[in-house]
Design a protein around this ligand. Structure first.
Ligand code: ATP
Length: 284
């Protein structure tokens, strides 16, 4: 499904959470939506899911507005970091409700995931540990197979092994049937290899939208004498640079081969680092 974000602004009283952002997500891909605390990510995901209205501008999903739109509600699933389900319900009832709601629901996958995460179907949501509540969110997010599935920091309390299992299954499911997955997380290093495209929001504005492969291939950290590095970067777009005792490291757009050819020491820039530097540059 195509997502058109057109001049979207969201104000909460005095806070400008989204500041006139526009972009298009036109292919089923795994998108990483990144940014510092309070950047506006959750606000964006809630507008896209039809949970709240924008103050100005619009988000269109296949040309339609998501708010109060039954057809789109069945096509978009948002899993947040907590409070996804009514506390009094039993796990089996949550699963039943979602299975009836989403026409694309995959019960076989849900059953496999329940076993994988050892969930007790008769537990009430309020009795689940944080990790178990996250596991339930992940099961719903994966098994609903909604054409647009959004995970907003979905795994609070899940241990590293359970998170890894989630990434594996997410990827398997995605490979077998492509859909749009928007993934927002602060554990960027852990998941960045899943991302096909990266969006970075800072202070309600979009500061980067780029294919992850382009970022990996076209950005690098070059280190050498300050003089050599300055010479190499003089015609390049610089993300950040640091100098210590005559040695300089610069993060730049440019291929690693070029820097190696110039005799500099070169490394890739992890997406997490890139996010930190890009958002620092914007005054974070
Ligand atoms: N319901 C609300 N009422 C008032 N202000 C809000 C509300 N929701 C969000 N905000 C404010 O809007 C801004 C953007 O918040 P948002 O939750 O979208 O950011 P985020 O990028 O998801 O942050 P985090 O990574 O910390 O979850 C913040 O300044 C936040 O305090």
């Amino acid at each position: 499904m195509r997502i058109d974000v057109r001049n979207v602004t969201k104000k909460y009283k005095d806070t400008l959470a989204l500041d006139n952002i526009s972009f298009t997500l036109d292919e089923p891909k795994i998108y990483g939506l990144l940014g510092r605390n309070g950047a506006g990510k959750t606000t964006f995901m809630e507008i896209l899911s039809g949970h709240i209205l924008a103050t100005g501008g619009e988000i269109l999903v296949d040309g339609e507005k998501p708010f109060d739109n039954q057809r789109l509600t069945e096509s978009v699933c948002l899993i947040k970091e907590g409070n996804n389900f009514k506390r009094e319900l039993k796990v089996k009832h949550v699963l039943r409700i979602y299975s009836l709601f989403y026409p694309t629901w995959d019960q076989e996958l849900a059953d496999d995931l329940i076993k994988e995460y050892n969930l007790n179907l008769n537990s009430r949501v309020k009795a689940l540990s944080k990790g178990m509540a996250s596991a339930l969110g992940i099961i719903v997010g994966l098994a609903c197979k909604a054409p647009i599935t959004i995970f907003d920091e979905p795994y609070i309390g899940l241990d590293a092994a359970a998170r890894r299992k989630f990434y594996e299954i997410l990827l398997e499911e995605y490979e077998s049937e492509k859909r749009t997955i928007i993934f927002s997380t602060h554990l960027i290093d852990e998941v960045s290899l899943l991302f096909e495209e990266v969006l970075i929001i800072q202070d309600g504005k979009l500061v980067l939208k780029e294919e992850a492969e382009n970022l990996r291939n076209n950005t690098c950290a070059v280190t050498g004498s300050a003089e050599a590095v300055e010479h190499f970067i003089k015609d390049k777009e610089i993300i950040n640079k640091k100098e210590l005792a005559g040695m300089m490291t610069a993060y730049v757009y440019g291929s690693q081969e070029q820097a190696e050819a110039a005799g500099l020491s070169v490394e890739g820039i992890p997406i997490q680092e890139l996010m930190i530097h890009l958002t620092e540059k914007k005054g974070a």
